[in-house]
Design a binder for this molecule. Structure first.
Ligand code: PRP
Length: 178
């Protein structure tokens, strides 16, 4: 375990089980659609890679980069698109891939943004959900695991751009960020 962590919250094997379950559900629901999986960088990168590999059906992929957090731990509520999707989404079904939903600001913004650009449907899959932190209600079709309000890092999730490459998810020691 990384020295900055208090404990491991979700192990590699649990992540694998979650990813396989979600991949099967999405495969079943999207098998007849011409659809695009849209990863929200950078946090979703490991989850999306594993999810894609676990899925049987073919689909297109794309990425957006948005920013609302700067280097702190609280959402500012303002979402900026730093890199937009790079293909037409008019009439397409989109599935947004997130590592975590916290305040809900990012997903709330993205759903409206893609619908305004002409998407047919915009649904969401998140690896983790922190409902205790929600400020905006957003419907999330696929949830990997509901987690408590602790500061977690690893498997794509960062603190000040660190810890993203850990293959598991752990709770950061408070002295690291306070
Ligand atoms: C994180 C996470 C989500 C968002 C969730 O991204 O990946 O996109 O925050 O929080 P919210 O529900 O409060 O909007 P972040 O802005 O930290 O960027 P990152 O993906 O590059 O880590």
């Amino acid at each position: 375990m990384h020295k900055d962590l208090e404990k491991i919250l979700v192990s590699e094997s649990e992540i694998k089980e979650i990813v396989e379950r979600l991949a099967a559900e999405i495969d079943r629901d999207y098998q007849d659609k011409d659809w695009i999986m849209v990863g929200v960088l950078k946090g979703s990168v490991l989850f999306m890679a594993d999810l894609m590999k676990a899925m049987k059906n073919d689909f297109k992929i794309d990425f957006v980069v948005v920013s609302s957090y700067a280097d702190g731990t609280e959402s500012t509520g303002r979402v900026n698109v730093l890199k937009d999707i790079s293909q037409s989404i008019v009439g397409k079904d989109l599935l947004i891939v997130e590592d975590i939903i916290d305040s809900g600001n990012t997903l709330n913004f993205l759903v409206k943004y893609f619908m305004a650009k002409g998407a047919n449907t915009v649904k969401m899959v998140t690896l983790f959900d922190k409902p205790d932190r929600r400020k905006v209600e957003v419907p999330v079709e696929y949830v990997g695991k509901v987690i408590p309000d602790a500061f977690i890092v690893g498997y794509g999730l960062d603190y000040a751009e660190k810890y993203r490459t850990l293959p598991y998810v752990g709770i950061l020691k408070p002295e690291v960020y306070s």
